[in-house]
Design a protein around this ligand. Structure first.
Ligand SMILES: Nc1nc2c(ncn2[C@@H]2O[C@H](COP(=O)(O)OP(=O)(O)OP(=O)(O)O)[C@@H](O)[C@H]2O)c(=O)[nH]1
Ligand SMILES: [Mg+2]
Length: 356
């Protein structure tokens, strides 16, 4: 089982829907989706279950979890399963929106933890409050969002500066789609992203944009509508797609090095067998002088090296299969999210995964 301290870090201003996303994603994934399922670690399982009951049974704003305070950082551990087999464990880090201002407020410890968790994240999640997009016309929407994301943008620029201009793939999650979907159509997204995140529209940066909701009717009758998570799996699937891809590339490089070592071990043992059997070049003498136990030892060494090569290849094949399962699902879902790379909107075609 891959266990490489994978963390997913969620950034977003207060009230943007970060905590409700973890809850909605778990709500959707606990029953399983396309063979994948999630199981929460013991520390938080009770809290998530209580929150799910609350979301189902209570109406009004009280049905949602309370805002996350600066000191309430939650480090949710999840086990990802595929066809009931354990695939990997990962942590979802949920900060309160106030953490983004922690450095300015000299709360260096929270800020340091935030940076540390991003360094272990294969992708970065940025939550955008869909409620800000609920107005006619792009101009007012852009104005509202720009104001709201100023601090996030400053944070992303700082992050890039301290990482030699590098940036992780970013998954922008627009929340509360039940409210904003009627105002924002497919063609508005590139305009909004360009106006609010132009500095990410450059070579070498990839980001995704998805819209999610806890249910299309959730806000009906003073928030007593049914819970029915919409597209909550997509941001998560994009995250695990990148995790598996990073993991497969690293594994492939490791395997190449290991394989070279094992191949030279095999050749060395083969020539030792040859030397053992051809000490003089006189057939009858060589048969007398040959120590069969040395030959057997070399044969065992060869068999072990071949087994190592095979088990490494099997491991890579296993993770490739998982990655294919995720990328096939994302390909099917690709009408529900957008991908931008090098400043251009592109089709998600999972091309890089075919290089493996
Ligand atoms: N209509 C609608 N409202 C939502 C949805 N998700 C969240 N909300 C509302 O948004 C509020 C804030 O959501 P949270 O998840 O607590 O926001 P947060 O980003 O964790 O905020 P902080 O913890 O303060 O940083 C909730 O209390 C709900 O009222 C959704 O899918 N649809
Ligand atoms: Mg929260």
């Amino acid at each position: 089982m891959a266990n490489n301290n994978t963390r997913f870090t969620a950034l977003g201003m207060s009230g943007s829907g970060k905590t409700c996303y973890v809850l909605g994603m778990y709500y959707q994934m606990i029953t399983g989706y396309k063979g994948f399922s999630l199981k929460a670690g013991s520390e938080y399982v009770r809290r998530l279950e209580d929150w799910m009951d609350q979301l189902d049974d209570i109406s009004g704003h009280e049905r949602f979890p309370a805002g996350t305070g600066l000191a309430d950082l939650s480090d949710y551990e999840f086990k990802l399963k595929y066809a009931l087999q354990d695939v990997m464990t990962f942590n979802w880090i949920d900060y309160g929106g106030a953490a983004l201002a922690a450095r300015e407020n000299n709360d260096a410890e929270v800020y340091r933890m935030l940076l540390e968790s991003i360094d272990q994240s294969p992708v970065l999640y940025v939550f955008l409050d869909g409620e800000l997009l609920c107005s006619e016309g792009n101009e007012s929407r852009i104005k509202a969002l720009r104001k709201n994301v100023r601090r996030i943008n400053a944070f992303l620029m700082d992050y890039s500066e301290s990482h030699q201009g590098e940036m992780l793939p970013i998954v922008f999650v627009i929340t509360k789609a039940d409210m904003c979907a009627e105002y924002v159509n497919n063609d508005d997204i590139p305009i909004i992203m360009k106006e609010c995140f132009d500095f990410l529209m450059v070579k070498g940066i990839r980001f995704y944009v998805t819209m999610v909701s806890l249910g299309k009717d959730i806000a009906d009758n003073d928030y007593s509508g049914e819970v029915d998570p919409m597209y909550m799996h997509i941001p998560f699937f994009i995250g695990i797609y990148h995790t598996f891809m990073n993991f497969c590339f690293a594994l492939k490089n490791e395997i190449l090095i290991e394989e070279q070592k094992n191949q030279s071990r095999i050749s060395q043992n083969q020539s030792e067998i040859y030397n053992e059997r051809n000490k003089t070049g006189w057939g009858f003498l060589d048969r007398i002088l040959c120590d069969e136990s040395n030959v057997d030892y070399c044969k065992r060494q060869i068999a072990t090296a071949n087994e190592t090569i095979k088990s490494n290849r099997d491991l890579l094949a296993h993770y490739k299969k998982l990655m294919n399962a995720v990328s096939s699902q994302l390909l099917r879902d690709s009408v529900h999210f957008k991908m931008f790379e090098d400043g251009i909107e592109k089709e998600f075609d999972a091309a890089e995964s075919f290089e493996l």
